[in-house]
Design a protein around this ligand. Structure first.
Ligand code: CTP
Length: 434
């Protein structure tokens, strides 16, 4: 009762050759063990949405761990196994990973009234997933390689751009799916189906979210803020009265939307200029979300979400120092480079980006971007050993000399290494003789 068709041509067109080879070889390894093998979920969904996705999930009808070990051996890959869950991760020599799960009937706990008896294990595995669009599977065994299996009208829902759950108890089983529905809806420009939307409203009303640990709720919120453009998803959270899980006072006001738009712009600016610089983009959005709250309230939010201490430091301490600095900058606009550097060098990338987005005046944004693009990278070429060679005894004075040299360099007074050395010598002779 599944719709099937062969999608080899589509796979050939849209997937890189090495991925196809890996999938074929998975089917062959499974065949040798007498198991069914399928690539499932987001990977298949994104194949149809023409979005690249390298998160491959393979479901094995049989012993997934045994399969993973055999598959890993063929490719000289490492394998991590989780016996308790029958899952494994195969890690290829170049770092590429494939997740393997076992489709085993005894793992599924279902509400009593659901008809499970006649389901194959792959069908059951797919049935317990969140939305129809995530239930596509492509068989990998050689004689059926490329057969698309669609049990739950996934293709129709992809065509109709609809996010739909598979059964009415889906959100009861796993309330995090409410956030996932919103995330997928906005990411793909889809719409949450009518029945699904009603069930979301119902589960919010009934307070299913109270069952969710702070950590899990936060994890979902973080993933929403990690999306390319989280603004519409935050508005959707408001539609479903979900922003209250952060704090009842958070509303998508014009101000908040403008702040989010400013963050998006600043992050795009950053990513264009500093392609390889890693940072936590969601933290910049989160700082905007809780911008109206004082330290105590921010602290309460961090506690509720069981946030790791490094995030608490950002949200409850550094954010306030950044706001103070912004205020200070608005009164001190004609700063020397060295003064600006001293003010801003203590801030992490995330905080600097927050400040740029939060600064209302263009002139202040410019000052911060000047630091970010030009001053931030400047260091002295001379090192401690150069001072040692001058016969200076190591001690706190080294810091003083280096700071003075850096200041002069930042202010454009000196450029070359020789000039730095000369500057250090003069500085030493002037300060040490007094
Ligand atoms: N899943 C689920 N319920 C959840 C989380 C995940 O049913 N609460 C299922 C989904 O069907 C999904 C699969 O587990 O296809 C893998 O989860 P994940 O990697 O989070 O999903 P993706 O769809 O790949 O999402 P993303 O593109 O954001 O990684």
């Amino acid at each position: 009762n599944a719709r099937t068709r062969n999608v080899i041509r589509l796979m050939d067109e849209r997937l890189p050759d090495d991925i196809i080879r890996l999938l074929k070889s998975a089917g062959e390894a499974a065949d040798e063990l007498g198991y069914g093998a399928y690539v499932v979920g987001g990977f298949v969904r994104d194949l149809f949405l023409v979005r690249s996705n390298e998160d491959i999930d393979i479901v094995i009808e049989g012993n997934g761990i045994e399969f993973a070990k055999k598959y890993a051996k063929i490719h000289n890959a490492r394998v991590h196994t989780y016996e308790k869950f029958g899952t494994a991760v195969v890690i290829f020599p170049k770092g590429f990973k494939i997740d393997v799960v076992t489709a085993r009937l005894e793992y599924y706990r279902f509400p009593a009234d659901l008809p499970i008896v006649e389901m194959s294990s792959i069908k059951l595995d797919l049935y317990r997933r969140d939305f129809t669009i995530n239930t596509l599977a492509i068989q990998l065994n050689p004689n059926r390689f490329g057969t698309l299996i669609d049990f739950f009208s996934a293709q129709k829902d992809i065509k109709e751009k609809a996010i739909r759950i598979l059964h009415n108890l889906s959100f009861v089983e796993d309330p995090t799916r409410v956030f996932r529905a919103i995330r997928f809806e906005q990411r793909f420009g889809f719409t949450i189906g009518r029945l699904t939307s009603g069930l979301i409203k119902n589960s919010v009303k009934m307070g299913f979210f109270q069952k969710l640990s702070g950590r899990r709720a936060f994890n979902e919120l973080r993933q929403i803020l990690e999306e390319e453009n989280p603004t519409p998803a935050v508005e959707r959270m408001h539609d479903y009265d979900l922003l209250k899980i952060i704090h009842p006072d958070i509303k998508p006001t014009r101000k908040l939307i403008a702040d989010f738009t400013a963050v998006k712009k600043v992050l795009a600016w950053h990513d264009l200029l500093f392609l390889d610089e890693e940072y936590l983009r969601w933290t910049v959005y989160f700082m905007m979300l809780i911008r109206q709250f004082n330290k105590q309230k921010s602290n309460e939010i961090c506690q509720k979400f069981e946030m790791a201490p490094k995030y608490q430091v950002i949200f409850c301490k550094e954010r306030f120092i950044a706001d103070q600095c912004l205020y200070w900058l608005s009164f001190n606009k004609s700063l020397k480079n060295s003064e600006l550097y001293r003010e801003l060098s203590g801030f992490k990338v995330e905080l600097l980006l927050y400040m740029m987005a939060a600064a209302r005046r263009e002139s202040i944004k410019k000052i911060i971007s000047h630091y970010f693009t030009r001053l931030r990278q400047i260091t002295t070429s001379i090192k401690g050993k150069d001072l040692m060679a001058m016969g200076i005894k190591p001690g706190p004075v080294y810091r003083e000399i280096m700071d003075a040299v850096l200041d002069a360099k930042l202010n454009g007074q000196i450029k070359t290494c020789e000039e730095e050395l000369d500057y250090a010598k003069v500085f030493i002779s002037l300060t040490m003789n007094t």
